[in-house]
Design a protein around this ligand. Structure first.
Ligand code: UDX
Length: 441
């Protein structure tokens, strides 16, 4: 059993804290947001993540997991302090490090025994050194400390399983012994542990996310070419994925990537490159293609419906992906705003993200279920591929709609079946029924 403090109770922090507690450690999770900590003490989760509430409750009951807003309390026994605070997008795509700075200063203010500071937040390359400088500058007691970078690769919706079964653990530090201690903490996960230098570990995170984002933009570009040539991108991706050098994952064409990581990290990497005299052409293209994928939905609606003024469009899904209520950088926001700007009436249904959605999109009318949503609609757009949308009674939906237009932004329906049911169907890179390129109206 080791003593761990986790700073920040967002996705990364809360999952990290609860999982380390579940592995038998004593964990204190800290956040400066009193509401969140008050809620957690009463068993109320600040985020929706499958399995998290049960994991937190179990470990709180076992006495291994506690919550506080006090750095003194969090660090009293801690051997490790994980920084897992937000690094939102700042000006020009540059990461905003104010919360990391606050955490480093607060740690330094109360530090009175040796500590290993582990940075889990996604931070620009070089931030580990900067954190060490801040701690050194603000220390009130001269005690030894080290900084280790341990980037987090978990995905929302499968965060606990990703933490418990990681593809790898990457650690970076100038202090090899400190990195080895952090490696020890991860031994129960039985995975590959790589130890490298601080900046390289920080770069692994950006390079991995940028590569995955590039895969998505690549397949989306192929989808657009498929649309022009009458091929089916889903089949193309399957055919490509059989090549072990390519693999099948992350080749789902759609309305583009969203969420708290990919959009922000690709921009931050491009910004880091540009400010160091490099020209990240590929990264710019990845971003541009991703922006276009959202516009494509509106272009497709135009092509079929003409003017969108006073047309009613229903969005099936709001969250940036299924199994989360997260609306950060969700394509639904951009798409809804484009539609509203064109004078359309926009309504939406999402199984868990409507509360967050309503905050982002107050002009969008939230509906209680997909069937009520479709009543009187001129078009439906599949924005999030929730499982519950895959087996909808499409006949009932079509009959409820004013016009049977279905834009499937996640390719969840079979184009031939949807068309046979009387829908004017548009997928992404598929579904033109042998007509070749979609015709301009
Ligand atoms: C991502 C990374 O996967 C994770 O390693 C990192 O720590 C944080 O960022 P997350 O944002 O939770 O995780 O979601 P992920 O499942 O990776 O999907 C990201 C976005 O890409 C979603 O908007 C999703 O819809 C989109 N996506 C994903 C595609 O459009 N096509 C795909 O083939 C895969």
């Amino acid at each position: 059993m080791r003593d761990i403090a986790v700073i920040g109770v967002g996705y990364v922090g809360l999952v990290t804290g609860a999982c380390f507690a579940d592995l038998g450690n004593r964990v204190v999770c800290l956040d400066i947001n009193e509401e969140k900590i008050k809620g957690l003490k009463q068993g109320i989760m600040p985020i929706y993540e499958p399995g998290l509430e049960e994991l937190v409750t179990r470990n709180v009951r076992a006495g291994r997991l506690t919550f506080t807003t006090s750095y003194t309390e969090a660090l009293r026994e801690a051997e490790f302090a994980f920084i897992a605070v937000g690094t939102p997008e700042g000006v020009d795509g540059e990461a905003d490090l104010r919360y990391v700075r606050m955490a480093a200063q607060s740690i330094a203010n109360v530090l009175d025994h040796p500590l290993i500071i582990v940075n889990k937040s996604t931070v620009p390359v070089g931030t580990g050194d900067w954190v060490a400088d801040i701690v050194r500058a603000h220390m009130t007691n001269e005690v030894p400390f080290s900084v280790v970078s341990c980037p987090e690769f978990l995905r929302e919706g499968s965060a606990i399983s990703d933490f418990m079964h990681p593809s790898r653990v990457v650690l970076g530090s100038v202090d090899r012994k400190a990195a080895e201690q952090v490696a020890q903490l991860h031994l129960p996960l039985r995975t590959t542990i790589m130890i490298t230098d601080l900046r390289t570990a920080e770069m692994v995170k950006y390079a991995s996310n940028a590569f995955l984002a590039a895969r998505i933009s690549f397949i989306n570009e192929i989808a657009n070419i498929c649309e022009a040539l009458g091929a089916d991108v889903k089949e193309v991706a399957t055919g490509m994925g059989y090549d072990p050098r390519i693999g099948p994952a992350f080749l789902d064409a759609g309305i583009g990537y969203g969420g708290s990581c990919f959009p922000k990290d690709v921009k931050a990497l491009a910004h880091m490159a540009s400010t160091h005299g490099r020209h990240p052409q590929l990264l710019h293209a990845v971003i541009e293609i991703n922006n276009d994928q959202r516009r494509q939905v509106v272009w497709k609606l135009h092509e079929i419906l003409g003017n969108l003024q006073d047309k009613t469009v229903g969005l099936l899904g709001l969250a940036f992906k299924p199994n989360t209520d997260d609306m950060r950088e969700a394509p639904s926001i951009t798409i809804a705003r484009y539609l509203l700007a064109e004078g359309a009436q926009v309504r939406a249904y999402d199984p868990v993200a409507m509360e967050n959605g309503a905050r982002e999109l107050p002009e969008v009318q939230m509906m209680p279920d997909p069937y009520t949503l479709s009543e009187g609609c001129d078009a439906l757009v599949v924005v999030t591929e929730w499982n519950e949308f895959k087996n909808l009674d499409l006949t009932r939906i079509r009959e409820a709609m004013r016009q049977p237009v279905l834009v499937d932004g996640r390719n969840i329906y079979d184009p031939a079946i949807a068309q046979a049911m009387g829908f004017i169907y548009r997928g992404v890179g598929r579904g033109y029924n042998g007509e070749g390129p979609h015709k301009k109206a």
